[in-house]
Design a protein around this ligand. Structure first.
Ligand SMILES: N[C@@H](CCC(=O)N[C@@H](CS)C(=O)NCC(=O)O)C(=O)O
Length: 371
């Protein structure tokens, strides 16, 4: 037993940044340990089931693997401080969670791995030091990095698509920067679930690796400040002078945030459509038994944006998180459904509410399993 939470994570890990920021923002005392720590394999992995980070061990010894589950653990026990009260904001918050943890992996991987002159030494330090100083650690680091180097390609980045991937990311940065002109967080004076999801790619990769961090500092200072702000326990918004610490009143979703979503929709929507088709076909052909762990990747999905064809991995996990967005949507009726439909139409995201797998996914014993 320990009196603080243990967060198995690592500084340069995309998903770790999301859970870590949640703990920091909510004043939850924790000690961060690498998976290279001997306790990980011996004590944590048997209960966590998969060797992924972040994985949390509570002071009572409960093991929670997965960033969304870690956040849900605290949210459900504390009156859901990160869930806005209104349905439109709830839906937008949940949507940004999917966008961050799944939709922006392409630029994250591209800007980490395709700028070796600027990034390699920095990234190598982190891979090396996630392991103990054993004789095989140099060789293991090279093997891990070789495996990761091709990862941007798996998300559809190649010589032909690179200009598109960069253009879309820069448009996203500009739109977000514009949004943060008026508010310190996505939906006002405090972070919502979507802020934490969005932080995943924008911290460890895009906000910290040398090349993309400089790009963000120079081109989108307000986004860079949001990344810093998300890693501070206080509100950290002195430049807004009169910011309150609440979500925007009247379930408002500012036009500037819809503009961010419209930029992201350009690849998020066709990619989600293509992934749903690919996974649904697999489900129909394979019909996995209920309770079986959902595969992390299920084939490749191709789609076209501005004339360029992108081929990416289809991941059931995207739909696991999307179910939460769709659950908020399904609850709506009458005027509130109409209003949300209008907002979604304005940012070209309406269709995403209908992109569903033929089988649901739920969590059981630290795994995502087919329902
Ligand atoms: N769904 C998980 C994904 C976690 C994940 O894939 N983490 C990466 C590091 S950022 C990892 O642990 N990769 C090692 C592996 O997949 O074996 C979450 O959101 O926490």
């Amino acid at each position: 037993m320990s009196d603080v939470h243990r967060l198995y994570a690592i500084t340069h890990s995309l998903y770790s940044g999301r859970a870590r920021a949640y703990l920091i923002k909510h004043g939850i005392a924790f000690r961060e340990l690498s998976t290279g720590h001997e306790s990980f394999k011996a004590e944590v992995l048997p209960k966590g089931k998969l060797p992924t980070i972040p994985t949390l061990v509570t002071p009572q010894g409960e093991v929670i693997r997965d960033g969304a589950a870690i956040i849900e653990h605290f949210e459900s026990g504390s009156g859901r401080p990160c869930r806005p009260p209104g349905p439109a904001q709830q839906l937008v918050s949940a949507l940004f969670d999917v966008i961050g943890t799944d939709g922006l992996l392409r630029p994250a991987m591209h800007y980490r791995w395709n700028f070796p002159q600027d990034n390699l030494g920095f990234v190598r330090y982190h891979f090396l030091h996630s392991q103990r100083d054993l004789p095989e650690r140099e060789a293991k680091t090279e093997r891990m990095m070789d495996r990761m180097r091709s990862v941007a390609q798996l998300w559809g980045v190649n010589e032909d698509t690179r200009p598109l991937v960069e253009a879309l990311y820069l448009e996203c940065l500009d739109a977000l920067n514009n949004h943060f002109e008026s508010v310190p967080y996505l939906l006002g004076g405090r972070p919502c679930i979507g802020d934490f999801g969005l932080l995943a790619p924008l911290y460890a990769h895009l906000g910290r690796d040398p090349y993309p961090a400089r790009l963000m500092q120079q081109r989108a200072t307000r986004v860079y400040r949001w990344v810093e702000r998300m890693n501070r326990p206080d509100q950290d918004a002195p430049e807004y002078f009169d910011a309150d610490s609440e979500f925007l009143a009247d379930d408002a979703v500012p036009a500037s945030l819809l503009q961010v979503l419209a930029v992201i929709a350009q690849d998020f929507v066709p990619e989600t459509r293509a992934a749903a088709q690919c996974i649904n076909q697999w489900l129909e052909e394979n019909n996995p038994a209920a309770g079986v762990a959902a595969e992390r990747m299920l084939g490749q999905a191709s789609f076209t944006v501005r004339g360029a064809t992108l081929t990416t991995l289809a991941q059931p996990y995207r739909f696991f998180l999307l179910q939460r967005v769709q659950a908020v949507y399904d609850e709506l009726s009458g005027a509130s459904r109409e209003r949300v439909d209008q907002l979604l139409a304005q940012c070209n995201m309406r269709e995403v509410m209908d992109m569903r797998l033929v089988r649901g996914i739920e969590r059981a014993d630290n795994l995502e399993v087919w329902v």
